[in-house]
Design a protein around this ligand. Structure first.
Ligand SMILES: O=P(O)(O)OC[C@H]1O[C@H](O)[C@H](O)[C@@H](O)[C@@H]1O
Length: 517
């Protein structure tokens, strides 16, 4: 019975060794029949998207990430060139860095990379590095936050080889993201403290004319690569954002692009039954009633894919997590994504998956090849790879026995091509799902609220700084003077105290704590 169902519901693309098993998602024919009009609309929507329609109405933008791996699809010559020219330029640049035609200002080749970026301007390069960048030509380090201690740690690691031999990539589509700007200024300060000029060690990847672009010109960066407004941050790994670092690392970027292109060819086909991305989108819809009622747990059984769930978190949650649908109706859509790797998670949270609250479905990612080269026997006739496979199959079965659904995606090994395949699959699944639930997957209005509130907090923090006097005062006292919220003022004061700018004397509760110079 389950064998028949497996055979009927597995979709295989044997030409690149891919398969997806949806048999444990229990999607029935009646559901598929009912979804037919929505499926047809999703195919029409994505065809329009790929043809260059403004499918991101709020931002009045096209969505062109599918063109990045097949420029001939782009609707105009200008757009085609916007894909091919930077691609040729970044390959040329990487080649010159590798062959020593571009060297560090102090002489000598660049030996390592510091990438400064956040969100889509870091997650893709981090995934690529972890999955397929092992032993690459240039090791890569990241600033992906505004945490000063985190940056200090990275700078100290970079100093082992030397900042003078470190190529800095500052990546920001908008060119105005605060964390990235801070990271760049922190890196610049570290270079200057070491007696080095920052600009001649740096490269910018950003929108033309952005603040960062202007800064890069002013500071005499080595070069700049453009980032187009029709590529979203979370789908930018195949644009200059992902390809500049990958090419510098010596990763086979043509193969990476080819993998996504190969998946695109299959999932562009309008036969829903054999379209892995459409079937996956339908399975998500079925599992969560089209309302994201079930979370997605991502479990790749391969260490090198450990960042894939983190990558998918942004791709899925920032795309699908929306308050309003395209008709302006309040829908609060989304699918929560989390995960790490198997079998490691078996010893952490799989207990809850098997027995606890039933609010998820699992996405297993199987990598068929265990390792390159010979392995040992850990038991008679049994290898570590056999165990990894055994745990995947065992967990899938145990979960299904207790009514927990799962998808299993299989790839032969983790290569640039296969990583492209996986990314291509999930990008198109997100596009389809967004159509099925009628939302704009390509804007992120909610992100702005937190940024605005942070700006307000920073303004208040400076106002509070100006009010600290030698006399000990409470947060409500300072707040009255500033006509501000006492809790906000309290958090400003405790931050200043923790960083040695003011003294704190604890009272019996926060209202009783006093602060002085
Ligand atoms: O590349 P940047 O413009 O610096 O943006 C970096 C990230 O920050 C924003 O807040 C967005 O929510 C992300 O989608 C984006 O990837």
């Amino acid at each position: 019975m389950s064998w028949t169902r497996y055979c009927q519901s597995v979709i295989r693309y044997p030409q690149f060794g891919f398969s997806i098993d949806l048999s444990r998602m229990d999607v029935d024919d009646a559901f598929l029949a009912e979804m037919q009009p929505k499926i047809a609309k999703a195919f029409t929507d994505i065809a329009a998207l790929e043809a260059g329609k403004i499918v991101n109405p709020d931002e009045q933008r096209m969505v062109g990430h599918y063109w990045l791996r097949n420029a001939s699809l782009a609707p105009t010559e200008e757009l085609r060139k916007a894909v091919t020219e930077p691609l040729a330029a970044l390959k040329d640049f990487a080649e010159k860095v590798h062959t020593g035609q571009i060297t560090s200002p102090g002489g000598g080749t660049f030996k390592q990379i510091l990438l400064i970026g956040i969100g889509g301007s870091a997650l893709g390069p981090q995934l690529v590095n972890d999955a397929i960048g092992h032993n690459s030509k240039l090791p890569i380090f990241f600033f992906d936050n505004t945490d000063p201690a985190g940056m200090d740690r990275v700078i100290s690691d970079l100093k082992e080889v030397g900042l003078g031999r470190t190529l800095v990539l500052v990546i920001s589509k908008s060119g105005g993201t605060a964390e990235t700007r801070n990271g760049m200024l922190e890196a610049k300060a570290a270079y200057e403290a070491a007696g080095l000029q920052f600009g001649p060690h740096a490269v910018a990847v950003t929108g033309e004319g952005s603040k960062l672009d202007k800064y890069a010109i002013d500071q005499k960066f080595i070069t700049r690569f453009p980032m187009e407004d029709w590529v979203g941050g979370r789908t930018s790994v195949m644009s200059t954002v992902g390809l500049v670092p990958a090419a510098l690392q010596g990763i086979d970027i043509d193969s990476f692009l080819a993998g996504a292109a190969a998946m695109d060819v299959e999932t562009r086909k309008t036969d829903a039954k054999t379209n892995a991305a459409m079937q996956l989108a339908l399975a998500w819809y079925h599992a969560g009633n089209g309302k994201g009622e079930k979370d997605m747990v991502v479990l790749p059984y391969k260490d090198s894919l450990v960042l894939f769930s983190k990558y998918l978190q942004q791709l899925v949650m920032e795309s699908l997590g929306k308050e309003l649908d395209l008709d302006g109706k309040k829908v609060n859509q989304g699918i929560a994504v989390y995960g790490n790797k198997g079998s490691t998670d078996q010893h952490a949270y799989v207990q809850q998956l098997r027995d606890g609250v039933h609010n998820f479905f699992t996405t297993f990612i199987e990598v068929r090849k265990g390792r390159n080269g010979e392995g040992i026997e850990v038991e008679p006739s049994t290898s570590s790879a056999d165990y990894l496979q055994g745990f995947l199959r065992g967990t899938r079965k145990a979960l299904y026995e207790s009514g927990r659904k799962s998808v299993t995606i299989s790839i032969p090994e983790v290569t640039p091509f296969q990583l492209g395949v996986l990314i291509g699959l999930f990008e198109r699944t997100v596009s389809f799902y967004a159509s099925l639930v009628n939302i704009n997957a390509y804007h992120q209005p909610g992100v702005e609220a937190g940024k605005k509130a942070a700006t307000t907090f920073l303004e208040l923090l400076n106002a509070v700084r100006g009010k600290i006097i030698a006399d000990a005062r409470t947060a409500p006292e300072v707040a009255t003077e500033l006509d501000a919220d006492p809790e906000d003022v309290y958090h400003c004061l405790t931050h200043l105290a923790a960083n040695g700018e003011v003294q704190i004397a604890l009272g019996k509760d926060p209202a009783g704590d006093t602060f002085s110079l």
